[in-house]
Design a protein around this ligand. Structure first.
Ligand code: URA
Length: 339
């Protein structure tokens, strides 16, 4: 190490005078911001505090190899595993755009997930990971089918309120499981009471046309139900105790079906579900979050189709509501499930 001792700081010049190297071979640690005196001392102790309390560095895992061949073999195995995983991951990452995973069965999804898990465990440690059971929220399990059938039986045999005495048939609801949209109306009318099916009268036929106009139908991607499962006599509004007695059926249906959106038809359904007395004109035309158990989903209310049959002028705002729903479905990436 060289350097002109005369240019060294005074403390080092002193060392040089005693025959020590003018500039030490180990460079002293940089002083905090070059600040000397009491301020520097405080800064240095502050730095010491942070260094002392920082988490100790984790030792790097090490692995020794008996020979170069063993090393090459291990790297080759890792490389092949990564390559295979990439072949799986990349198409998977783009699958929503290619519409691939929509058509996968739950068994296919589960074996793919198991494969990815095993492959990544192998990359990490070269051991076989324990098998995990995979379930996917958008799959329709046989449990859901059974539970929906059991629920419909419970509705048909329900005697929780006075409406069971006057009904011909209870109307549990109908449509697909895991629907894009769950349409919720008020309660059965005469035609529904006679058939046990929701929205089959004149209002129901109009509802089917409205849904079809935005690519929805009870046969392919929607489920139709009512707040009240039995017809109130003379189509009167349901009494509060009847609504309360029936409420658990609807919330069980929502939790089993897990619809992506709720379309609420009419004042009674809107006021009941949103627990408000606001008129339907104030409730419609916007999305709100609807909570049911651990689920939260977008909810939009519109006029009841029988109101549209009575008043033509309501058709335009109802159509605006439906267009909003359709855009939201497309924005949510569900456009390919519309018809
Ligand atoms: N009106 C409703 O609200 N629901 C039906 O099922 C039929 C008519």
């Amino acid at each position: 190490m060289g350097g002109d001792p005369a240019l060294a700081p005074p403390a080092l010049q002193e060392g040089a005078a005693q025959g020590k190297p003018a500039i030490p071979s180990v460079i002293p640690q940089r002083k905090t911001l070059g600040i000397v005196g009491r301020a520097g001392k405080h800064l240095r102790s502050l730095r010491g505090f942070f260094y002392a309390t920082a988490a100790p560095a984790r030792p790097k895992p090490s692995r020794s190899f008996e020979s170069h061949w063993e090393f090459i073999g291990a790297r080759l195995r890792q490389f092949i595993t990564y390559a295979v995983m990439m072949c799986v991951f990349l198409p998977l990452a783009f699958s929503p755009f290619l519409g691939l995973n929509g058509s996968m069965t739950s068994d296919e999804k589960a074996s793919l997930a198991r494969f990815i898990d095993l492959a990544s465990a192998h990359c990490r440690g070269g051991y076989l990971a324990g098998q995990t059971e995979y379930r996917f929220a958008d799959d329709i399990s046989t449990d859901t089918v059974d539970s929906m059938e059991r629920l419909a039986d419970d509705v048909r045999s329900c005697e929780a309120c006075r409406l069971c005495k006057t009904r011909k048939k209870a109307v549990p609801g109908e449509g697909v499981l895991s629907p894009l949209v769950m349409v919720i109306g008020e309660g059965p009318g005469a035609d529904e009471d006679a058939t046990g099916r929701p929205f089959v009268g004149r209002a129901g036929q109009l509802l089917d046309k409205m849904l079809a106009a935005i690519g929805l139908s009870r046969q392919t991607n929607s489920f139709i139900a009512n707040v009240i499962k039995c017809r109130p006599p003379q189509n009167r509004d349901p009494y509060p105790d009847e609504t309360i007695a029936c409420a658990s059926f609807l919330s069980r249906q929502i939790q089993l079906l897990r619809p992506r959106f709720i379309l609420c038809a009419g004042r009674i359904a809107g006021q009941t579900l949103l627990e408000t007395t606001a008129p339907i004109g104030k409730l419609r035309g916007k999305f709100v979050d609807y909570k049911c158990g651990d689920l939260t989903m977008p909810f939009i209310a519109t006029y009841h189709p029988s109101a549209l049959l009575r008043n033509e002028e309501l058709k335009r705002p109802a159509w605006e509501d439906l267009k909003l729903l359709r855009s939201a479905l497309v924005d949510a990436g569900l456009g390919d499930r519309l018809q």
